[in-house]
Write a protein of this length. Structure first.
Length: 526
C-alpha cells in the first residue's frame, strides 16, 4: 500500500472529497484506486479562521511501484508493516499456569496476549467483576458506602474504567504493540475511530462493555478469573517464587507472577516491600478544576460549532516545580474516587459522547523525595496525610471551593455561573487547609498563567475540588533487563509498579511482560 501524509480537508468534507483528493495527489484515474484506509486524523485548530482536518491515509492502487517511482514527494511513501507479531522462544515447561495480579489494562492485556498464544493465565482481582463493581461504586456515590476492595480504584478494568478512557501515548512504538492494543479494543466493542483519531478515547460507558468482552475472550482462550481475591503474601525459596497466598489463607502454586496491581494497592506494596527491591518515585498532586465546556470550545475553535468537545493540555514552570493539566475530561464528571476508609481522593470521568455541561481537568504540581522522604513507602504516607485532611475537613464529602475564594483562603458559600457536575456528595471547604502551602502557591501561579492561553481559565467562579493525589504510582518495583524482580519469577508490570502512566502505556507494558514470559516458557499443554 501507499501512505499519503498531510492530506488537508475542510471541516464539512465528505468521503467523496477524500477519494478525489487521493486521486489528485497520486495523479491516477478513478478505476486505479482499489481502496483506502485512514491511518491518522487530526484537527488543526491553530488558526481560528482556517480550522481543518489533516489525514494520513494508506491507499491500495493498481501499479503501486510505478506510482511510487513516478511521484517524488516526502509525504508519499510505501506504507510500512505495522502489524504486531508475538513469538515464542522459550523451551522451559511451566509446572503451573502464570498468575496475573490485577485486571486493569496492564493485567488484562498481559492475560489477553498470553491466552491468545496458549498460556492459559489465571487472573486474580481483589475487586468485583464490572457488572457488580458499577453498582458498588454507584452505592458509594449515592449513599457513601465504601467497599475498600471494590471501588473506583479497584475492580475489573482498573481505575481507568471510571475515567474518560483516554488512549493518548507519547510512546514511539516500532513493534506494533500500540496497534495491537487499539485493534483489541475495537474487536471488543470500542469505536473504530480510535484506530486513527488524534487523542483517542473510549469513554467510561463504552469501556465497561469492552472490558466484559475482553474477559469473555480471555476465558474462551483458556484464561480464568478469580474475583474478590487479594494477593496477601509470597512463598519464596532460594530467591525463587514458589507460590502465593491469597485472602490470607489460600495457597496457589505459582512460578510466574505478574504484578499488575495498579497505583493504589498500598497494602500490597507494603507486603511486597518485604521481599522485593522497591524505591519511591516522583509524582504530582493538586486539584481538579471545572469550567463550562462551551468556554473551552470557544477558546479552542472560535465561533465554529459542531466540532467534538475541545480538550487542552497546559504546562507551566513554577520555580523548580512543574504545574500541568492531567487527565482532562471534556464534557465530564468530577468523581469521588476514594479507596480507603476516612480518606478522600477525586478524579475525572467522561462518557463516550462527552456531553455533560462542564469540562474538568486535574491541575497538579510535581513532588519528589525532598517533599516526602527517602524511604520506599514515604510517598504513600504523604498521599494518605493529604487524603485524611480532605476527609476530616468535610466529614467525607468532596471538598469544593470557588477559585477566587481559594486565592483569598476563605470558604465559598455559593456557586456562580458554573454549577457542579459531580458523582458523589460535596461540601464547601478551604482547600488551602488540605494541600501544602507550596502546592497551593504553585497552583495559583500556574492557573493564572493558563488564563493567558485560555481566556476565562482563572475566572472567579471556576470550581476547584481536592485532592488529586493518584496521578501515578508513588513507588517503582525494580526489574531487570528480563523484566523480572530480584525474586525470580516475579514480573513487576504497568502503572502500579512504576512502568507506565495511563491505559495505553499500561496495556503495552502488559504485552511486554507476556513477551518476556514467552522467552522463557513454552505454552501450556492442551
Amino acid at each position: 500500500m501507499i501512505r499519503i501524509r498531510q492530506i488537508k480537508l475542510k471541516l464539512n468534507h465528505s468521503e467523496k472529497d477524500i477519494k478525489n483528493k487521493i486521486i489528485n495527489i497520486l495523479k491516477i484515474n478513478d478505476n486505479e484506486l482499489l481502496n483506502y484506509k485512514i491511518n491518522k486524523q487530526s484537527l488543526d485548530a491553530r488558526k481560528k479562521d482556517n480550522i481543518h482536518y489533516v489525514y494520513e491515509i494508506d491507499v491500495s492502487v493498481k501499479a503501486e511501484n510505478k506510482i511510487l517511482n513516478k511521484i517524488k514527494n516526502k509525504d508519499i511513501l510505501k506504507a510500512p508493516d505495522e502489524s504486531y507479531h508475538f513469538e515464542i522462544y522459550g523451551n522451559k515447561v511451566m509446572t503451573s499456569r502464570p498468575v496475573i495480579v490485577g485486571s486493569g489494562p496492564a493485567g488484562l492485556f498481559c492475560a489477553y496476549v498470553l491466552a491468545e498464544n496458549g498460556y492459559k493465565p489465571l487472573i486474580i482481582e481483589r475487586g468485583e467483576k464490572i457488572e457488580s463493581r458499577v453498582q458498588t461504586v454507584n452505592d458509594f456515590w449515592e449513599k457513601g458506602i465504601l467497599n475498600e476492595n471494590s471501588n473506583v480504584q479497584f475492580g475489573e478494568g482498573g481505575a481507568g474504567t471510571f475515567s474518560d478512557g483516554k488512549l493518548n501515548t507519547l510512546v514511539k512504538d516500532k513493534f506494533g504493540r500500540t496497534k495491537k492494543v487499539f485493534e483489541t479494543f475495537v474487536s471488543c466493542g470500542a469505536n473504530p475511530d480510535i484506530l486513527y483519531v488524534k487523542g483517542p478515547h473510549i469513554g467510561t460507558d463504552v469501556l465497561r462493555k469492552v472490558i466484559i468482552n475482553m474477559r469473555e475472550k480471555i476465558i474462551n482462550m483458556g484464561g480464568e478469573f478469580h474475583y474478590n481475591t487479594t494477593l496477601t503474601d509470597l512463598i519464596i525459596k532460594d530467591n525463587v517464587l514458589n507460590g502465593i497466598i491469597v485472602n490470607n489463607n489460600k495457597k496457589i502454586p505459582c512460578e510466574t507472577l505478574v504484578l499488575a496491581t495498579g497505583h493504589s494497592a498500598r497494602d500490597t506494596f507494603k507486603m511486597l516491600s518485604n521481599y522485593l527491591k522497591v524505591e519511591n518515585k516522583p509524582f504530582a498532586i493538586g486539584i481538579r478544576i471545572s469550567h463550562k465546556q462551551e468556554m473551552i470550545d470557544k477558546n479552542q475553535y472560535g465561533n465554529i460549532t459542531g466540532l467534538p468537545p475541545a480538550s487542552y493540555k497546559l504546562t507551566h514552570k513554577a520555580g523548580n516545580r512543574g504545574v500541568y493539566s492531567f487527565c482532562m475530561c471534556p464534557g465530564g464528571f468530577v468523581v469521588n474516587a476514594s479507596s480507603e476508609k476516612e480518606k478522600i481522593v477525586i478524579n475525572g470521568m467522561s462518557n463516550h459522547k462527552r456531553d455533560e455541561e462542564n469540562a474538568n481537568s486535574a491541575i497538579v504540581v510535581t513532588v519528589d523525595n525532598n517533599d516526602f522522604g527517602n524511604n520506599p513507602l514515604d510517598g504513600i504516607k504523604f498521599q494518605r496525610t493529604i487524603e485524611k485532611k480532605a476527609y476530616n475537613i468535610t466529614n467525607g464529602l468532596i471538598p469544593v471551593q470557588l477559585y477566587k475564594d481559594f486565592k483569598e483562603k476563605k470558604v465559598s458559600t455559593e456557586f456562580g455561573n458554573i454549577k457542579p457536575v459531580f458523582k458523589g456528595k460535596y461540601a464547601f471547604a478551604d482547600i488551602n487547609k488540605i494541600l501544602p502551602d507550596y502546592i497551593c502557591e504553585s497552583l495559583i501561579e500556574g492557573i493564572e498563567d493558563f488564563d493567558k492561553k485560555i481566556k476565562g481559565f482563572s475566572a472567579d467562579d471556576v470550581i476547584i475540588v481536592a485532592p488529586e493525589t493518584r496521578t501515578s504510582s508513588p513507588i517503582r518495583i525494580i526489574r531487570d533487563e528480563n523484566y523480572q524482580s530480584n525474586i525470580k519469577g516475579i514480573y513487576p508490570c504497568g502503572e502500579g509498579s512504576g512502568y507506565a502512566g495511563g491505559i495505553t502505556t499500561s496495556a503495552i507494558d502488559g504485552i511486554k511482560i507476556a513477551e518476556a514470559i514467552a522467552k522463557v516458557y513454552k505454552k501450556q499443554p492442551d
